[in-house]
Design a protein around this ligand. Structure first.
Ligand SMILES: [Zn+2]
Length: 56
C-alpha cells in the first residue's frame, strides 16, 4: 500500500512505471500514462482527485 502511494506521488504509472503526462487547465490538472494504464484528474479548487487505474 505504501509503495503504491509513493509511486502515485512520484507521478509515474503504477503499471509500466512511465512518467505521467500532465495537462494543466484552469480548474483541472490531468495526469495520464502515455500507454493509457492510468489517469488522474485533480480539481484543486474543489479539493477533489479522481484516479482511474487499471484502464485497459
Ligand atoms: Zn502505464
Amino acid at each position: 500500500m505504501l509503495t503504491a502511494l509513493k509511486k502515485i506521488f512520484e507521478h509515474k504509472c503504477p503499471i509500466c512505471n512511465e512518467p505521467l503526462l500532465s495537462v494543466n487547465e484552469t480548474l483541472c490538472c490531468t495526469k495520464a500514462c502515455p500507454e493509457g494504464h492510468y489517469k488522474e484528474e485533480s480539481y484543486c479548487s474543489l479539493g477533489v482527485r479522481i484516479v482511474y487505474d487499471g484502464l485497459k
